[in-house]
Design a protein around this ligand. Structure first.
Ligand SMILES: [Zn+2]
Length: 301
């Protein structure tokens, strides 16, 4: 586990960097957090450093409703009473966090195994809507960017000259670890990555990975991974006369990348990404979803 440390980028912009990065900005005696880490212990470490350095803390923005980004929010709120900000759809999930195990489990009531801290963070009420575009929170002026694709309404934040990119892209090490990164929409993921390539700023910090001035190189790596995944998935489908089931395609993509999945939760996350790639191929009319012999399959068009 990487040790959490406070890293400064510009006069006002910082981040607590570790396994999950947590953004921090300080201006005119006010402090703003971006995300909270996965649980009580991660946010406690942040609060400890804030206290030790007598730093202000007044607001918290949550980029998206994945447990590793909002899991510490309930503890943060209970202990500091600061207001939370997020986009509407992500707030709805944080207020009803069982929704993630529900959507992963095909909409059925999830089995207990899926109700773990990686898939379901503690419920928290988000009182402020973050709008895409210009926002002012206390002394902080920022642009909230629509970085949907990895989640339904993820936002990245351009605050002064620093981009807090959330999981809009992964640092190289995280990208190599995931191989098939979690996405819910491949086209939106690619257009969010394209958007990131055109942002001019001093540097960016992703949710997982180091701060980089030349972050565009990492963004391009992310793009390449998704393009390759789309390509190899299409090749797999094309090689089968009668098409294939999503389950088998998921298995074959995992085998192709030498991934050995240990838990059902992990497998369901991969299946969601594979489904998202398939939906993109369907939109391009390269494949079709059909039902044959009471089995849903995808076939090349
Ligand atoms: Zn995420």
């Amino acid at each position: 586990m990487k040790k959490l440390k406070l890293q400064q980028f510009t006069e006002h912009c910082f981040a607590f960097t570790g396994a999950v990065n947590i953004g921090y900005c300080k201006k005119d005696g006010k402090g703003l957090l971006v995300d909270t880490g996965i649980d009580e212990s991660s946010i406690k470490k942040v609060l400890k450093i804030i206290k030790q350095n007598a730093l202000p803390l007044d607001y918290c923005i949550i980029t998206h409703a994945h447990a590793d980004h909002f899991g510490g929010a309930a503890y943060l709120k209970k202990n500091t009473h600061i207001p939370l900000y997020a986009t509407a759809l992500e707030s709805a999930i944080m207020e009803n966090p069982i929704l993630e195990p529900i959507y992963l489990f095909n909409g059925a009531s999830p089995i207990e195994e899926l109700r773990n801290k990686f898939l379901e963070g503690p419920k928290v009420l988000v009182e402020h809507d973050l709008k895409i575009g210009e926002n002012t929170i206390g002394p902080f002026e920022m642009e909230a960017l629509d970085l949907s694709g990895h989640s339904y309404a993820q936002t990245g934040l351009l605050i002064e000259d620093i981009l807090y990119a959330a999981d809009g892209y992964f640092g190289r090490e995280a990208l190599n670890k995931h191989v098939i990164p979690f996405i819910i929409d491949a086209d939106k993921t690619l257009s969010s990555l394209e958007k990131l390539l055109h942002i001019q700023c001093k540097g960016a910090v992703p949710g997982h990975g180091p701060f980089e001035e030349n972050f565009q190189a990492s963004v391009r790596e992310n793009k390449k991974v998704h393009m390759e995944n789309l390509h190899s998935l299409y090749q797999l489908i094309g090689s089968k006369e009668n098409g294939e089931t999503v389950e088998t395609l998921t298995k074959e993509m995992l085998t192709l990348h030498n991934l050995e999945v240990q838990t059902l939760g992990q497998w369901l996350l991969f299946r969601t990404s594979i489904t998202a790639y398939l939906a993109s191929l369907q939109r391009e009319k390269r494949i079709r979803f059909i039902v044959r012999d009471n089995e849903p399959r995808v076939v090349a068009d």
